[in-house]
Design a protein around this ligand. Structure first.
Ligand SMILES: [Fe+2]
Length: 297
């Protein structure tokens, strides 16, 4: 059995890889954290164990690891993709598995990475499997990944309202989205139990919009009043100031001029450490229900 230190180290490599892939895509700030949190909360509400929920949360972070193999020109394209470009996008589940082949923790996330774009009606990818052939973690992450894409803003469109996203899920029950998990997720959403995740990039840290271009900027949890943040899309910077009415940090409207180093993507190591602490204790005790569990020797 692996020591806890080894598990922590292995998790650190996985989370770091996930953050690096996310850092390439400046439009999706906080997406992996939100998918992971939505997935854990849904798994728990569906009656899965803390261990299963922890593994699904890890899968939420790693589901798009294979996007490392998708060229920037396709990943960041805002126009409609050609069939050939979409064909390249569709390779990312398989690429993710190839990247992690032989990794001691792959069994916890294999199903989530490979299956998160499969659909109950068999019209998903990469293998077009349907319904019962799709694993629980893949069903959950497929659903919450789509929900976050719907409710988040992109350069070419504004995010949908919560009700509009619920409507989209409701219209596609059993075809695009798993019926059972979708119904539980909709209940959570309607009860306001996802409000601390939607529009956030960390616990208690809402996303901010860059004043000139309107796009999302992600805030490190250690950021304080007086610090500056720079938008990695338009390159403009703003200082954080404390709003006198709400006592929260807001971006000042004054535009700063930054240097190239201000646009470097940053990994939030304190968030990463907390994620490891939340995940590690649950991964190596007993067996999960639906994984071909191997564990560490
Ligand atoms: Fe994906």
């Amino acid at each position: 059995m692996a020591t806890q230190t080894k598990v922590d180290d292995l998790l650190k490599t996985l989370y770091t890889m996930a953050f690096l892939v996310e850092a390439r895509d400046a439009y999706t700030g906080g997406h992996l954290w939100r998918v992971s949190q939505f997935a854990k909360r849904l798994a728990t509400a569906a009656g899965l164990s803390r261990k299963e929920a922890a593994a699904i949360g890890l899968g939420g972070f790693l589901h798009d690891l294979g996007k490392v193999g998708v060229p920037d020109a396709i990943l960041g394209k805002t126009d409609k993709l050609t069939d050939a470009e979409y064909g390249i996008i569709k390779t990312h589940p398989d690429v993710g598995i190839r990247v992690l082949r032989g990794h001691p923790l792959i069994d916890f996330v294999h199903e989530a990475i490979l299956g998160h774009h499969e659909r109950p009606d068999g019209r998903g990818y990469p293998h077009g499997i349907s319904d019962d052939s799709i694993g629980v973690s893949a069903k959950i992450i497929g659903l919450v990944d789509a929900f976050d894409a719907m409710t988040s803003s992109r350069p070419y469109r504004k995010g949908m309202s919560l009700e509009a996203a619920i409507e989209q899920i409701s219209m596609n029950l059993g075809t695009q989205f798993d019926k059972k998990f979708s119904e539980i997720f909709i209940q959570l959403a309607r009860a306001g139990e996802l409000n601390d995740i939607i529009g956030h990039s960390d616990s208690g840290i809402p996303l901010h919009n860059c004043p000139p271009c309107g796009l999302v900027v992600t805030v490190n949890r250690n950021l304080q009043a007086g610090d500056a943040i720079f938008c990695r899309v338009c390159g403009h910077g703003h200082q954080f100031v404390t709003d006198s009415k709400t006592s929260t940090l807001v971006l000042s409207s004054e535009i700063l001029t930054g240097s190239p180093t201000d646009l470097i993507a940053d990994i939030d190591h304190s968030l990463l450490g907390e994620l490891i602490d939340e995940t590690a204790p649950y991964l190596f005790v007993g067996k999960a229900r639906w994984w071909n569990w191997r564990g560490l020797k």
